[in-house]
Design a binder for this molecule. Structure first.
Ligand SMILES: Nc1nc2c([nH]c(=O)n2[C@H]2C[C@H](O)[C@@H](COP(=O)(O)OP(=O)(O)OP(=O)(O)O)O2)c(=O)[nH]1
Length: 136
């Protein structure tokens, strides 16, 4: 068993969040996820996430607070997923290293086949939306 540390961005633009589809030939090919990737050895997580968003989507984001930490095993591979909320700075994303991307509301996320590690994150986003709607 070995652990990889992965950072992922919850990029919020009004009521929508940016999700990305993994390339067909990649591990977990065609699954949907929150954009990001593996942290390099010794790298600061927020800096690593900014680097990954630039590589994957050719855009800058302002990385803000930790939103959720997920520990998930895919067979003998342990993924520690650090999800940060990020502020959208208005640049149009470009699908550089992902197959596709979409802006979706949390209540629309059930229509996308997310990686297993992301399911608790999707649930948390949906719960927050439910609470917000209950207050309105
Ligand atoms: N980026 C990202 N990866 C996720 C999420 N959920 C999840 O299980 N993963 C897993 C899939 C992969 O096993 C791993 C991320 O690896 P990756 O291949 O996307 O990372 P990378 O861009 O740094 O890849 P590489 O080409 O440099 O090897 O984490 C998620 O929401 N976002």
């Amino acid at each position: 068993m070995h652990t990889i540390i992965v950072t992922a961005a919850i990029i919020v633009n009004q009521d929508k969040i940016l999700i990305a589809q993994r390339p067909a030939q990649a591990e977990h090919g065609l699954k949907w996820e929150f954009p990001g990737g593996k942290l390099h050895v010794g790298e600061d997580p927020k800096a690593g996430l900014q680097r990954e968003i630039q590589e994957e989507l050719a855009m800058e984001v302002a990385v803000e607070d930790i939103f959720e930490v997920v520990s998930h095993c895919y067979g003998d591979r342990h993924v520690l997923l650090l999800c940060y909320t990020c502020r959208y700075l208005g640049q149009q994303p470009v699908a550089r290293e992902c197959r596709d991307f979409r802006w979706v509301r949390p209540d629309e996320m059930d229509g996308y086949d997310f990686t297993a590690a992301d399911l608790p994150v999707v649930k948390k986003l949906q719960k927050l939306l439910d609470k917000k709607e209950a207050c309105q």
